[in-house]
Design a protein. Structure first.
Length: 115
C-alpha cells in the first residue's frame, strides 16, 4: 500500500451520513475536523448496485453500515473507482462483499499498478 495510505486516517469519532440525492442514488459523506474536508462516496441502488469509491482507511465500518441501511452487503455487485488516491480506495474491505467486483478504467488500473 502506498505510504500516504498508511499515514492517512479517518477518525472513528467522525460522523458519517447517508442521503438519497436522487431516486436510488445515495451520497455517503463524512466530515473530518482535522483536515477540514468531507469525504464522499456514492451508492447506486439499481439492478446491479454499485459503490463509487470506498473512502479512506478507517472509514470502512461506518460506510458499510450506511450501505446496509439501503441494501444487504451481499447485493453489492460493483465497487468502482474513478481514480486511485488513498481517500478513494483506502476502504478496500468492500472487496470482501461476496459478489462485488472491482471496476475502474484501463488508465486507472495501469496508474495504480505502476504508482
Amino acid at each position: 500500500m502506498p505510504e500516504v495510505s498508511k499515514s492517512f486516517y479517518f477518525p472513528k469519532t467522525a460522523k458519517v451520513e447517508i442521503h438519497e440525492i436522487r431516486d436510488g442514488i445515495y451520497r455517503i459523506s463524512g466530515f473530518v475536523d482535522d483536515y477540514g474536508i468531507t469525504f464522499n462516496q456514492f451508492l447506486v441502488n439499481d439492478e446491479q448496485p454499485t459503490l463509487i469509491h470506498t473512502g479512506p482507511i478507517g472509514m470502512y465500518e461506518q460506510i458499510e453500515q450506511k450501505v446496509k441501511e439501503v441494501i444487504p452487503l451481499e447485493k453489492l455487485a460493483y465497487v468502482a473507482f474513478l481514480h486511485f488516491e488513498s481517500d478513494e480506495w483506502g476502504g478496500m474491505e468492500f472487496l470482501k462483499a461476496p459478489r462485488a467486483r472491482l471496476v475502474c478504467s484501463d488508465l486507472s488500473s495501469k496508474l495504480n499498478l505502476t504508482g
